[in-house]
Design a protein around this ligand. Sequence first.
Ligand code: NAD
Length: 424
Amino acid sequence: MTATDATTLDELDELPPFEAVNRYFDLAADAIDLDEEMRAILTTSYRELSVQVPLRRDDGSLTVAKAYRIHHNGARGPYKGGIRYHERANLDEVRALASLMSWKTALMDLPFGGAKGGIQIDPTGLSAGELERLTRRFTSAILHLIGPFRDIPAPDLNTNAQVMAWLMDEYSAGHGYTPAIVTGKPLALGGAPGREQATGRGCAYVMRAYAEDKGIELDGLRVSIQGFGNVGRWLADELDRLGANVVAVSDVDGGLHDPDGLSVRHLHQAVENGASIHDSGQGTWLPNDELLTLECDMLVPAAIGHVIHVGNAADIAADTIIEAANHPVTPGADAILAERQVTVVPDILANAGGVTGSYFEWTQNIQQFQWSEEKFCDELRRRMEEAYQGVRRRATALDVPLRKAAYAIGIERVAEASRVRGYI
Ligand code: NAD
């Protein structure tokens, strides 16, 4: 089944990840009358690497993982996109995520193309030594593809600053000290103060711009967040600062709910002490799928993809869904939500603070100069608000939902660069 063949809600729901993203692409491409030749270029990836990563385990056994690095489109600049370690990271999912990066970097008007990487492995339970060997082996397998002006990886699901440090070290061993090869690094290696928090904070800035636009008071607004990792955690922190009421959060083991609001400070403390949100001593436990249908004003999926689907879209109680995770709403669910007039703030806008912060880090590395965290956050806020306003204006002009408007802007920019570079 392809994006164009799918017609029923169930067919839309069953589209594989890349076809599902291409479904969103097609709807926006129709709205801007994109020609067929350009569609053929932009609905396929430019380059795809599939590679094996053998990992010698601490107990002497061997695990051979499948791994990928996909370059979707590089017309506007070096390829940019995170690397995830996840048992379900397969070729098609990574391909879909790479294309999302092309639309996201273009929407934010960053001088980058779109890429993504992944290793198909469950990293929970890997020792630090195993994680390091896995990362170095993967880096050596993609060395010929990456470079500070070719392809600049970053963290994603289950990868963090330490993983980026190993990647940077492996690359620098052959090329000399090169902090600009990767973003999301530790501060000691040229990481930027504010980058770790940038995706979550950027998402909060978009939520604030949206709320102001709609005349919604953030003070006391009830927000549920699925996922309390890098994105969910810093989003909760910023929302708390803005006066919102975080009524539910979750991690892979389930959620915590308190209709009167959870203490974000206690959740942070638990996680910082190496425990989990469930050790923060508050709220009642609930399964992740129930968190999604809880009574609240805004729902923020900030964990994995495809969590809002045809099976639960009719039960979402929130008026607004903010896609902090990548591709959390399937096209079938998107159609149901539109019918129910639930607003969806799309991933390529809502979580673009991460790649925008990565852009700040990369430019600082190239110039060997460091901004203050205050300057970082001010610039991030300005760009997120501007991007939101641009999407809102385009949505009004085309009379379409925010997702279609955001894709339209991103696609137009990538198409224009591809055209003038002579890709077709
Ligand atoms: P992370 O690994 O730091 O955290 C993921 C969180 O989700 C954890 O709390 C984990 O327990 C939870 N989780 C994992 N599987 C789950 C499941 N099946 N059900 C419910 N919760 C589950 O990852 P992250 O960096 O916070 O990324 C989260 C999402 O945001 C991903 O979709 C990622 O692609 C997207 N994203 C991340 C960044 C970034 O800068 N880190 C940027 C843009 C988009």
